[in-house]
Design a protein around this ligand. Structure first.
Ligand SMILES: Cc1ncc(COP(=O)(O)O)c(C=O)c1O
Length: 442
């Protein structure tokens, strides 16, 4: 097996440590190795402490849930039986009362019943963040050389997970409503013609307030994606991996039923959820709803790695949900982000809209604004804009990192801005600085 194909912009630099030569490392370590985007951006931020970072997808520092967490901890400590259980090992699949609440909440959000959705707590797995779930599922269903269809653009950490496994991430056209089902079907036909259809194992979709594009996939497309995955599953099964990390961060508009709710047998969709964006990434609790045939294989992998995600965090989240502390907190967080996104869009209207060729998708949730600059502007780390932006005082994520390695087209003029961390004044300062930098390169 050769190294998975990778376009130059995302190929990571392999930096073997002094003690071990490259050949001492496993193939997977070599696929995974090198300096990551986060490391490069972090280094810039550390070297320039006055920089406004509109890069990191972190959450708002001021609304981190200190008080709800303290109250939930008190509730745990006031009950010695619960406290001791929380401090003990748990099960690989996760704490049953937490899994029950997760299932009830999912059914309520989707307006479904367990029977109609063919789901039970046996299919709900708790993980250390949803990244662990995404990794475990990928490791369970994908071999090196397999193909996952991803929206172009997509969540770059998951693209890294696929690279780590030697899996080919193939980009599919996405528009203001997310991944385009017709384009998925065309890509599957292309793979069929190339006798590669059997290598396509999954379609990855961030169904709510996508990272980086902030779009939400509408109901008709959700149904169409499940239908396509089923129709093209001949011999090998094509799963839809539904990533719902931002579902709770809705600022305007109505919620949409999950893609999983369009898969009543529950054999096609793998759903991943997270408490990182809605509550706290430090707690590291994520979860998944697995098709019945994947439960055992995923748990076998998980057991070999962690035999249970941190039990204490699971008790904490369970208590937060049980006592409505979570829901009260989410309402506060939404309000805070609604103000921040308004500040972001206001600053964009004032400073970016007057620049010819600058446009963006208007987000209704999530943490990101996906900006298109004039085609002549290369936003990459070694392009002319990035250093000027840093000198003017702002950091952003260059769009190229969000494109799957095999994308039909990788535009160089895209930027992901995140409004999660900076305060409203800094957001304004950062966008003004970005506009100055763009003017300079034009
Ligand atoms: C789309 C998406 N999925 C999953 C995650 C992973 O979150 P966690 O592992 O903290 O649950 C993130 C984090 O940024 C994300 O943006």
């Amino acid at each position: 097996m050769t190294e998975p194909t990778a376009t130059a912009h995302v190929r990571k630099r392999l930096v073997p440590c002094r003690e071990c030569s490259e050949s001492d490392l496993s193939q997977r370590a070599r696929w995974a190795g090198g300096e990551t985007l986060a490391t490069s951006l972090m280094a810039k931020a550390l070297a320039n402490p006055d920089l406004v970072s509109l890069a990191a997808g972190f959450i708002d520092q001021d609304t981190l849930p200190v008080e709800p967490t303290r109250r939930a901890m008190e509730a745990i400590w006031s009950n010695p039986v619960r406290a001791r259980a929380a401090l003990q090992y748990g099960t690989t699949i996760g704490h049953l009362p937490l899994r029950k609440i997760l299932m009830e909440r999912l059914l309520a959000a989707d307006g479904q019943t367990a029977r109609r959705m063919n789901v039970s707590t046996d299919q709900i797995v708790v993980t250390a963040g949803s990244n662990e779930l995404l990794y475990l599922v990928s490791d369970t269903i994908l071999d090196p050389g397999d193909i996952v269809l991803c929206a172009a653009p997509s969540y770059f950490v998951f693209l890294g997970t696929l690279a780590n496994l030697g899996v080919r991430a193939v980009g599919v056209e996405a528009d203001e409503q997310g991944i385009v089902p017709e384009a998925v079907e065309e890509e599957l036909e292309r793979r069929r013609a190339a006798r590669e259809l059997h290598r396509v194992k999954a379609i990855y979709v961030i169904s709510y307030y996508d990272n980086p594009s902030s779009v939400t996939v509408p109901a008709e497309r959700r149904a169409a994606l499940v239908d396509i995955a089923k129709r093209y599953s001949n011999g090998n099964r094509i799963r839809v991996i539904e990533d719902t990390a931002y579902r709770e961060l809705r600022y305007w508009g109505e919620d949409v039923p999950s893609i999983r709710s369009f898969d009543p047998e529950g054999n096609t969709v793998v759903m991943a959820g997270s408490f990182s964006k809605s509550f706290s990434p430090g707690v590291r609790v994520g979860w998944g709803v697995l098709p019945p045939d994947l439960v055992e294989p995923v748990l076998s992998q998980k057991g070999n790695i962690d035999f249970g995600s941190p039990n204490f965090s699971q008790y904490l989240v369970w208590t937060l949900l049980e006592q409505s502390l979570f829901d009260d907190h989410v309402a506060t967080v939404r309000e805070g982000y609604r103000r921040k996104i308004a500040a972001t869009l206001e600053a964009a209207d004032e400073f970016l809209a007057p620049i010819d060729g600058v446009e963006w998708i208007h987000p209704t949730g999530g943490l990101y604004v996906w900006l298109r600059l004039p085609e002549s502007v290369d936003t990459g780390l070694s392009g002319p804009l990035f250093d000027r932006a840093v000198r003017e005082g702002v950091l952003y994520v260059p769009g190229v990192y969000c494109y799957p390695t095999e994308s039909p087209r990788v535009p160089k003029n895209m930027i992901r801005l995140s409004f999660g961390v900076p305060c409203r004044d800094d957001i304004r300062r950062g966008i003004e600085a970005l506009a100055r930098a763009i003017h300079q390169v034009l």
